[in-house]
Design a protein around this ligand. Structure first.
Ligand code: ADP
Length: 211
């Protein structure tokens, strides 16, 4: 199996705080990885390193994928854009025609249960709706690498279940590598086939995943 992402001897120090020490990890294409561990252990930092949002203090991060979808803990929508514009922006930025981007955006919002809210601005949406817009934005580009950072926090259980199912469906259509930081066992079952836990700076260990 070809690697999707490689982390080679990665060290990450923020000011004087050592967060990751000599992290070596090869994530094969198509792997669906859940990462758990205590708060502050460095899980989000791993995602940011993989996305290229932070640079390691030393070591190498190699991404072999082309399209990264990233769902952050908070929605991070552009407040001056509508829900639809937020979803279509990355598509248009990639060179897609506006009409096609619009069609994709409308479908992705509908998949998230947001039909009728395409032209709403973020401040007209609830926290859960904004988060669903951000999930639609990540899926709209048909990512071959999907980074999920506790994306379902704040969603009520029924909604979370339906979004997880949609995500599972979207992921089953193509080979995508998924790295999902979560404490949510139910959500993990939908997206992961491998489970890792990060505790101290140098211990990212694979755990058996029941079922
Ligand atoms: P987790 O996702 O496991 O909760 P994080 O990766 O968010 O942990 O953070 C790990 C540690 O790194 C925390 O102590 C956090 O305060 C620190 N940290 C993360 N990002 C930065 C930053 N940009 N500057 C300084 N410290 C940071």
């Amino acid at each position: 199996m070809k690697p999707a992402v490689e982390l080679i001897d990665v060290n990450m120090v923020f000011k004087n705080r050592e967060v990751l020490r000599n992290l070596n990890l090869t994530i094969p294409e198509g792997q669906r990885m859940a990462v758990t561990g205590p708060s502050g252990a460095g899980k989000s930092t791993i995602l940011k390193l993989i996305a290229g949002l932070v640079i390691p203090t030393s070591g190498l991060v190699i991404r072999h994928t082309c399209r990264t979808g990233y769902v952050f803990q908070e929605p991070r929508l552009l407040p001056w854009n509508t829900a639809l514009e937020n979803v279509t922006l990355p598509l248009i930025a990639r060179g897609e025609k506006r009409l096609n981007a619009r069609k994709t955006g409308i479908t992705c919002l509908a998949d998230m249960g947001l039909s009728g809210f395409e032209h709403s601005y973020p401040d007209q949406l609830s926290g859960g709706m904004k988060q669903r817009v951000s999930i639609a934005r990540a899926l709209a580009i048909e990512p071959d690498l999907l980074l999920l950072d506790e994306p379902f926090t704040g969603l009520d259980p029924a909604l979370r279940e339906s979004i997880c199912q949609h995500l599972e469906q979207a992921l089953s259509k193509k080979v995508a590598t998924v790295i999902h930081v979560t404490h949510d066992v139910d959500a993990m079952i939908h997206t992961a086939n491998t489970l890792y836990t990060l505790t101290t700076p140098d211990t990212l260990v694979q755990l058996p995943l029941a079922g």
